[in-house]
Design a protein around this ligand. Sequence first.
Ligand SMILES: NC(=O)c1ccc[n+]([C@@H]2O[C@H](COP(=O)([O-])OP(=O)(O)OC[C@H]3O[C@@H](n4cnc5c(N)ncnc54)[C@H](OP(=O)(O)O)[C@@H]3O)[C@@H](O)[C@H]2O)c1
Length: 334
Amino acid sequence: MDTSGSRCVKSRILGKSGLNVSEIGLGCWQFGGDFGPIDSERALATLSAASAAGVTFFDTADVYGAGQSESFVGQHVASGIGEAVVATKVGRTDALYPDKYTYEGIRSHLLASAERIGVEQIDLIQLHCVPPAELERGAVFDILNRLQAEGVCRAWGASVETLAEAKVCLKQEGLTSLQIIFNLFRQDAAWELLPAAEAANVGVIVRLPLASGMLSGKFGKDTKFAETDHRNYNKDGAAFSVGETFSGIEFSKALELVEALQDFVPEGMSLVEFSLRWLLDFPAVSSVIAGCSRPQQVTDNVRASDLPPLSDEIHAALRAFYEGSVREHIRCPI
Ligand SMILES: NC(=O)c1ccc[n+]([C@@H]2O[C@H](COP(=O)([O-])OP(=O)(O)OC[C@H]3O[C@@H](n4cnc5c(N)ncnc54)[C@H](OP(=O)(O)O)[C@@H]3O)[C@@H](O)[C@H]2O)c1
């Protein structure tokens, strides 16, 4: 394995939690099997590669492989390789979703997550795309404030589908972080949300930074995904929000847009580095949690942390490209 990118990843503070997290984090949905089958050997090797590269922030959820992802993260934490701030999520099991968010129910889910991760206190618990009506009602926030006060979690945040949901959460004083879809194919947060998040000292955690891998440039019209891979079964939103797969853009259209995007990439830079660097150029971003299904991807992704910022001209050109050619193809509310 090429480890020449080792330990180059820089850190940032995660909102008002004060936690120090690597600016490139590791998305661990892959370890639940929703990007095709994965065994413990590959999951643990990927987690080890992340720690070797200086990644200290790991994002998982109780529903990823029904606890499997949290358990792999827990095994990795127990191995003592590197530091780890672990964020997990609650709110998408049948016992809670879509409107059964009681104190007892959430507490028992958090305790089960803590056990799988192998910690006494969860570093960061995030609401997992809880329906907007529940966010508006607000009782779920009171429950998280109470669980934080009781020491079950150190901090809490919310992972949301839309900017409107993010803005509802931002009104909550106790909110530490917002996890959003943000990438070159979904740019609106840059001007619609990031300034307000920064002003409220709420850390932004970026998911789908590579639009489910599309922004690596490695897919083509003949690419086939495993039956159990959401990029196969949810590509048109059959199982959950279409926005969570390829950022909501239809596969062949996304391939076209990726080709057009290549023209903006400076010589010597890969499309992955370019896509991740663009995100890191926003100071409101605390961590970009690129999901990885194999060790080499982590090693490649952390290189973005060591690159200089993109120029203002490139940023302006990318916004114009997005507004002129991409946004109209997003098939879900932004
Ligand atoms: N609702 C929520 O809260 C929610 C929803 C979605 C995701 N998330 C979190 O956000 C994380 C990131 O989102 P995501 O995984 O969906 O999307 P992503 O990070 O945009 O894409 C991940 C995929 O990109 C490919 N990839 C990554 N690094 C690469 C590299 N260097 N070169 C080539 N390909 C590379 C891999 O594809 P292959 O596997 O095909 O190699 C990987 O599975 C997840 O792991 C999860 O922790 C949260």
